[in-house]
Design a binder for this molecule. Structure first.
Ligand code: CP
Length: 318
C-alpha cells in the first residue's frame, strides 16, 4: 500500500479487517514496527476521533505522531498550479509539501470540501497535490469527497456485529441537519460496502440528495425510508448536502430522523453514525442511548483501522 485515499488502495478488504481485529486483540504486537519513524498529522479542519485515534495507532506501532493544525496555526496554503499568489495564501503546497516530506516518514491529511464548486471539490486537488509533492506515503484523514479510515472502521464494526452466514441488509439513510455537510462519509461508506460486495445495500434519501453514481453503483436507491428500513440488519445514519444542485440543504423534514418506532420495521437493526452527531436533529436521544446503537464501538474501531493502515504503509514502504 503506497497511499491510503480510498477503497481502491486496498487489494483485499477482508484481509485488512482480519489484521485490524488482530491489532484490536493485541494492540502492541507490532510495537517496534514504527520505531524511529515519524508521522505528521495535518489538519486543515477540526477533528476529535480522527486526530486522536490516529495518534494512538501510531503510538501502538512505536511511531511518533506530530499534529499540525494547518488551518489555525500554519501559513494559509495555495494549491492551484500556476497561481499568482497576491491574495490570502502565503505558501504554495509545492514548497511546503516537500519540506514535510523531509520531516516525516508518513503524512496524514484532513481537508474538507468548499461545498461551493463541485468540480473543484471532486477533483481532490488538495490531497493530490500532497501526493504529488510530498514524496512520502499519504493517508487521507478525510478528503473533499471520501473518508476511508471511517469506512474501514465501519466495516470492522459491521463484521463484529454480524455472525450469520447470509448477506446482511445494510441501509444508509439520509438524516436532517441544520448545516450543509460534505458528502464524504456517504460517498465513502457506499464505495467500501460496494467494494466489499457482501451485503444487500440500500440507500434512502429525499429527492435531490442523490449521491455520485461512481460510489453508489450496485446499491438499491429509494426515496421511501420506511420501505428501505424493512428487515435491515444495519442502519447507517448520516446527513449530507445536495450533490446535483451542489452543497445545499433542500430538505429540512424532521420526519427523516430515525426513531425507535421506525426501528420496529428493521430486523432489530444495529444503528451506526460516524459522529459527531446533532442529537434530536440527525438522530433521536432514544436511538442514540438505546440498545440498537453501536456508535461508541464504531468510533473505538477507528484506532484499529488507523493502526492496520499505518502498519501496511510502513511494511510496504520500508
Ligand atoms: N468521524 C470523524 O471523522 O470524527 P472527527 O471529525 O471527530 O475526526
Amino acid at each position: 500500500m503506497k497511499n491510503f485515499i480510498s477503497a481502491h488502495d486496498v487489494p483485499d478488504i477482508n484481509a485488512l479487517v482480519t489484521k485490524a481485529l488482530e491489532y484490536k486483540n493485541s494492540p502492541f504486537k507490532s510495537k517496534h514496527l514504527g520505531n524511529y519513524k515519524r508521522m505528521g498529522l495535518l489538519f486543515l479542519n477540526p477533528s476529535m476521533r480522527t486526530r486522536l485515534s490516529t495518534q494512538i495507532a501510531a503510538q501502538n506501532l512505536g511511531m511518533e505522531a506530530i499534529v499540525f493544525n494547518v488551518g489555525q496555526e500554519g501559513w494559509a496554503l495555495e494549491f492551484g498550479d500556476g497561481a499568482i499568489m497576491n491574495g490570502n495564501s502565503v505558501e504554495h503546497v509545492k514548497d511546503a509539501a516537500p519540506v514535510l516530506g523531509k520531516y516525516f516518514d508518513v503524512l496524514g491529511i484532513r481537508t474538507f470540501p468548499s461545498l461551493k464548486d463541485r468540480k473543484d471539490d471532486y477533483s481532490e486537488l488538495y490531497i493530490k497535490q500532497f501526493i504529488k509533492y510530498a514524496g512520502i506515503p499519504i493517508i487521507s484523514l478525510e478528503s473533499a469527497t471520501l473518508h476511508p479510515l471511517q469506512s474501514l472502521a465501519d466495516i470492522i464494526t459491521i463484521k463484529e456485529n454480524f455472525a450469520e452466514k447470509r448477506r446482511p441488509k445494510i441501509v444508509l439513510t439520509w438524516a436532517p441537519h441544520i448545516k450543509p455537510l460534505p458528502q464524504c462519509v456517504a460517498n465513502s461508506f457506499s464505495q467500501w460496502i460496494n467494494a466489499l460486495g457482501e451485503a444487500d445495500f440500500v440507500i434512502t434519501h429525499p429527492e435531490g440528495y442523490e449521491i455520485d453514481e461512481q460510489f453508489t453503483k450496485g446499491a438499491k436507491i429509494t426515496h421511501e425510508q420506511d420501505k428501505a428500513l424493512q428487515d435491515a440488519d444495519f442502519v447507517y445514519v448520516k446527513n449530507w448536502s445536495t450533490y446535483t444542485d451542489y452543497g445545499k440543504i433542500s430538505c429540512k423534514d424532521p420526519g427523516w430522523m430515525l426513531t425507535n418506532q421506525k426501528l420496529k420495521l428493521t430486523n432489530n437493526a444495529k444503528v451506526m453514525h460516524c459522529l459527531p452527531v446533532r442529537r434530536n436533529v440527525e438522530l433521536s436521544d432514544e436511538v442514540l442511548d438505546g440498545r440498537h446503537s453501536i456508535i461508541t464501538q464504531q468510533a473505538s474501531n477507528r484506532v484499529w483501522a488507523a493502526q492496520v493502515v499505518l502498519s501496511e504503509i510502513l511494511q510496504s514502504n520500508g
